[in-house]
Design a protein around this ligand. Structure first.
Ligand code: SAM
Length: 353
């Protein structure tokens, strides 16, 4: 038994490299929300992604947080962090067991070896992911532990993937130095062995996590404050995270093309299509029950800030907050910093007569 595996390093929700994560802006966003509303009852995080905003809302004292995302890979991670009550000793023992399985060839090895992962890691991952599923379907582990292990699997897979953190491409130079002439070729972590690790869980009943399309469910969610951080450009989240979603759902779909995506049209967001984005905001705002709505958007979005505030004004009185900052761009693997402005639009909804 490998006693060092489970105990050494634990993941936290802040650990993730995720497009559009508000990890560095969550303080500013929640300061603004709390100052504006003064109401700490219900909080809806409608496009929760990594869940860092939900986590911050809990810290600020919101009594009931509802976190929604269309990707199971995101919601399973949040469920694992907030809803797992399994004893730490039992978790460590199953992690040690899984980390010591004999590697085996399976779905991951057949489809993703030599592209997204090195072959040795594919074989370890095949053994581990299949065994997590078997333990759950035979009733040997409960749903809380299953979510925990699937979440850990996704976070560990992400650590050893041959990508810059998104799965719309993989780096082509396995075996090369990490960086050459400023261009990122391959991450050294790709060569480390895949290991499950533990999570820094924070059990609470004050958060509900829902997997689904917010456009279809927002009218069923009771919260006085709604925060929306939708995709803002043409990059579809499903296309960028298809592989993590594949590992979360684990029904082994056929994959296609160079990037090895599977078909899932329902996952494609209207917020990432120029012709649909205005309609999507109108649907969202019409269906939202909350009196106070906050929308994150930025200066590189499909809509200009004037276009977006124009839409929001139809639903109530608005206040626009701005936060200029610098981000790393992704110029084909070359890191460059550029200035953008993050917007937070507060809407005080008109009361229906
Ligand atoms: C900009 S990211 C949110 C980032 C998040 N605030 C954070 O700090 O990590 C947008 C998120 O919206 C999700 N998404 C896209 N369309 C959606 C929909 N119709 N319903 C729910 N979630 C959706 C994506 O999966 C993605 O996680």
């Amino acid at each position: 038994m490998d006693s060092t595996t489970a105990k050494d390093i634990a993941y936290s929700i802040e650990n993730r490299k995720y497009l559009g994560s508000k990890k560095y802006l969550k303080g500013w966003i929640l300061d603004t929300i709390v100052k504006t509303t003064g109401d700490l009852s219900g909080f809806l995080d409608g496009f929760c992604g990594t869940g860092v905003i939900s986590g911050e809302a809990l810290l600020r004292g919101f009594k009931k947080v509802t976190a929604v995302d269309i990707l199971s890979a995101n919601t399973v991670i949040l469920k694992a962090f907030y809803h797992c009550r399994v004893d730490k000793k039992d978790i460590d023992s199953v992690i040690d067991y899984l980390n010591n399985l004999r590697p085996a060839e399976g779905y991951i090895t057949s489809h993703f070896s030599g592209s997204y992962f090195i072959n040795d890691n594919c074989m370890i991952m095949d053994a581990v992911r299949d065994e997590i599923e078997r333990l759950f379907t035979t009733g040997e582990i409960n749903a809380e532990l299953y979510n925990y292990l699937v979440a850990g699997f996704i976070l560990s897979a992400d650590r050893v993937s041959n990508t810059i953190g998104q799965y719309d491409a993989y780096l082509k130079h396995i075996g090369s130095p990490s960086v050459k002439e400023g261009r990122h070729l391959v991450d050294t972590r790709v060569y480390s062995p895949f290991r499950l690790k533990s999570l820094k869980t924070k059990y609470t009943e004050n958060i509900k996590v829902i997997t689904g399309d917010i456009l279809n469910i927002t009218d069923s969610i009771n919260a006085d404050t709604a925060y929306y951080d939708p995709p803002y450009n043409r990059r579809q989240y499903f296309s960028n995270y298809h592989l993590l979603e594949n590992f979360a759902v684990w029904n082994k779909p056929p994959v296609f093309g160079k990037t090895k995506k599977y078909r899932h049209r329902k996952m494609l967001s209207p917020f990432s299509r120029k012709r649909d984005v205005e309609g999507a905001f109108n649907t969202l705002l019409t269906r939202t029950k909350a009196d106070r709505i906050f929308i994150s958007y930025n200066s590189e979005g499909l809509l200009t800030v004037d276009e977006l505030t124009g839409i929001c004004e139809k639903y109530g009185t608005i206040t626009l907050y701005s936060y200029p900052y610098r981000i790393f761009g992704n110029g084909a693997g070359i890191s460059v910093k550029r200035r953008i402005t993050e917007y937070l639009i507060a809407i005080k909804k008109k009361r229906k007569r």
